[in-house]
Design a protein around this ligand. Structure first.
Ligand code: MN
Length: 348
């Protein structure tokens, strides 16, 4: 497709990277005995013939840009791959998050028209996390934040994490809640049949995180906080009728802390992305249910195929106005991505 006929940029909003500081530590942890589900997932790369995405995750230059060019991707919004820094001890997590943000900012500086980025932070130390969020937004000019669901089995609705939510709202930057494997108390239920990661557990885990935020009432305290969920909303959009119904019927039991209906928060405080969910029926439902303003394009590079994601949204039977919102303008608005230079260098 030519640049003139397309008329919009393609911006992928859930695109993963790693760097030696993170990858080497996770390698080391995965080599030790232990059955934590995230480590089993990471360990697969260390197994001969196993699925190894780390070389692609580490490449923030020629290989990645070539893949973007080959598939007509103008900009990747990069985030440190799951499980981020969340399996590390507190001091290590704080150090690696800082290092990751510097590393990411340097990559954006090398390729300013091709990359934007979400900053990491260490929930293990909420006060220092908030400081790093401020530094990442104000000094490094990163575009938002990423967290990989739970930290040691705790979720962002826990009062200890208030400084993190407060910082995100004050800085006007969204938090992308990316999946990781559920807390290990669930391992026995998810490990059978290989359901501990993207096949099912990621969605169950991250959907739970979104629901905890909604039901806890944190959005009454932070009405302007924006949360992003991948994978077409981690199942929540499909469930909204029943969640609202039960929240109404069971007032005081099912809805202890929040003022509005769950769906009202979901439509006001959440955006979803298409990452890894290249299904036009689900997209059609999401547009009708949430509105095209609440949906952004994502590939889930390098875990899923760029070409398939692009073809899916290029061919989806939606209006051209909605296609442009989902591919480009919802992301530029939410994350404050400056595309003036990218517009001139649009990939065709
Ligand atoms: Mn992903």
């Amino acid at each position: 497709m030519t640049q003139a006929s397309r008329g919009f940029l393609r911006i992928g909003t859930e695109e993963a990277f790693s760097f030696p500081g993170q990858a080497n530590l996770l390698d080391e942890m995965a080599r030790r005995p232990g059955e934590e589900m995230d480590l089993i997932t990471w360990r697969r790369r260390l197994t001969p013939g196993g699925r190894d995405k780390v070389p692609e995750l580490l490449d923030l230059d020629e290989g990645r840009i070539a893949s973007m060019d080959a598939n007509g991707i103008d900009i990747q919004l990069l985030s440190l791959t799951s499980p981020g820094v969340q399996m590390f001890d507190t001091e290590t997590a704080v150090a690696i998050a800082t290092e990751a943000n510097d590393y990411l900012a340097a990559a954006i500086e090398r390729h300013p028209t091709r990359y934007a980025g979400l900053a990491s932070f260490a929930p293990q130390d909420p006060a220092r996390a908030a400081k790093e969020m401020e530094r990442a937004a104000n000094q490094l000019r990163l575009h938002g934040f990423v967290v990989n669901s739970h930290t040691n089995g705790e979720y962002l609705d826990d009062p200890k994490y208030l400084p993190i939510l407060e910082a995100a709202e004050a800085l006007g930057k969204a938090i992308y809640i990316h999946p990781r494997c559920p807390p290990d108390i669930f391992a026995r239920y998810y490990r059978d049949y290989g359901m501990w990661s993207a096949l099912w557990a990621y969605q169950a885990e991250t959907g739970l995180h979104g629901m905890r935020l909604i039901m806890s009432g944190v959005f009454d305290r932070f009405p302007n906080l924006k949360i992003v969920l991948g994978h077409m909303g981690e199942g929540i959009p499909y469930w909204l009728y029943r969640i609202d119904y039960m929240a109404n019927v069971g007032k005081g039991i099912n809805k202890p802390n929040a003022e509005l209906l769950p769906s009202e928060y979901f439509k006001r405080n959440f955006l979803i992305t298409t990452s890894g969910m290249n299904d036009p029926l689900v997209l059609d439902y999401a547009i009708k249910s949430l509105g095209a303003d609440n949906i952004m394009f994502a590939i889930d590079y390098p875990y899923q195929e760029t070409a398939e994601a692009v073809t899916f949204l290029d061919d989806a039977p939606i209006s051209e106005a909605d296609r442009r919102k989902i591919f480009e303008t919802n992301a530029t608005k939410l994350f404050g991505i400056d595309t003036s230079a990218a517009q001139g260098a649009r990939v065709t």
